[in-house]
Write a new protein. Structure first.
Length: 329
């Protein structure tokens, strides 16, 4: 089964491709990593080597973070039986970010959810609700405080637990791609990791990138609203891309670590807008799990961070800084 690297295709990015006198021709490349489609667009046709390097980075980080690769850092930690494992600097950085969001959410978001996510196979030909006893056993292994980091050594003190970085990895990778591209002098572009959208600066003509938010359970590519961004990240967590129905009840992939079952709180989607994609990634899941009231309280307490919540009835709730920024269809 594929791990939770596939967040959802929650966004349809709509860059206006520029051409003509005085404007730079865009170049774009698409690949498949982390069980999702990655597309990078740069507004400078001379930057082909830099574009290729972004996909080399994606391959490297897949080797570090994917629990589906037996030789990855994460797989080695999960298989170590509670003994220390030496990992790469980037894995330490991402684990610490995941621990920070686990703490921020009071454990609602928890990166030791791997045993639980393994039970819910949304990619199966005939997905089914896991056995209740198995769910209870998996829930008992979830506790981010069991992760101990000392230098580059990681110990998962509960040998029955498993780390799953799918709730934050793609955002981290997008940030690393952007940092690399900016270091190479690139000032305009879009990074899209399966719907995790990260803008590099603004378009060459100084205009914003227009990002459409997917309408929950609408047709593929059908938007419910749109916003314009410059140099920002936009990431969403939603119930409508990975789900199945059993005995008349719908089950989606955003799991409540306290019960083992999909979270039920009246929300259908949470979209986060901020500067860093890793933060947007972690916050989108965290806020969904916290629910509309507590999730919005968290967003309002953070600087330079905005949110769009969509309820089961397609009602749209926005943070205070979104006034005038959202175009509802």
């Amino acid at each position: 089964m594929a791990r939770r690297f596939l967040k959802t295709f929650c966004f349809l990015f709509l860059p206006l491709l520029l051409s003509g006198c005085g404007q730079r021709e865009p170049i774009s490349k698409t690949g498949f990593y982390f069980d999702t489609i990655i597309t990078v667009t740069l507004y400078d046709s001379s930057k082909t080597a830099e574009l290729e390097h972004c996909f080399a980075l994606a391959d490297t980080y897949e080797q570090y973070f994917s629990a589906e690769r037996p030789d990855s850092d994460v797989s080695k930690i999960n298989a170590a039986g509670g003994t220390p494992v030496s990992v790469h600097d980037e894995t330490i950085e991402l684990l610490q970010k995941g621990i920070d969001y686990s703490e921020l959410s009071g454990g609602r978001f928890d990166i030791t959810v791997g045993r639980l996510t393994d039970l819910w196979d949304f990619h199966a030909e005939h997905p089914a609700v896991p056995d209740e006893t198995a769910l209870r056993e998996a829930v008992s292994t979830i506790d981010y405080r069991q992760i101990k980091i000392s230098g580059n050594e990681v110990t998962l003190q509960n040998p029955d637990a498993a780390i799953d970085l799918g709730g934050i990895a793609k955002g981290y990778i997008a940030d690393r791609m952007k940092a690399y591209l900016k270091s190479e002098g690139i000032t305009s572009g879009l990074i899209n990791l399966g719907g995790n959208v990260l803008a590099i600066g603004e378009k060459p003509d100084g205009s914003s990138y227009r990002i459409a938010i997917q309408k929950p359970f609408g047709a593929s590519g059908e938007g419910i609203a749109a916003l314009e961004i410059k140099d920002d990240a936009v990431v969403s967590s939603g119930t409508y891309e990975r789900y199945f129905t059993a005995n008349g009840k719908q089950y989606h992939h955003i799991l409540d670590a306290s019960t083992g079952y999909p979270c039920e709180n009246g929300l259908c989607s949470v979209s986060i807008i901020c500067k860093n994609s890793a933060d947007a990634d972690g916050l989108s899941t965290t806020c969904f799990l916290l629910g509309a009231e507590k999730g919005m309280e968290l967003i309002e307490s953070l600087d330079d961070t905005e949110a769009v919540f969509i309820t089961d009835n397609n009602d749209i709730l926005c943070s205070s800084g979104m006034d005038g920024r959202l175009d509802v269809f």
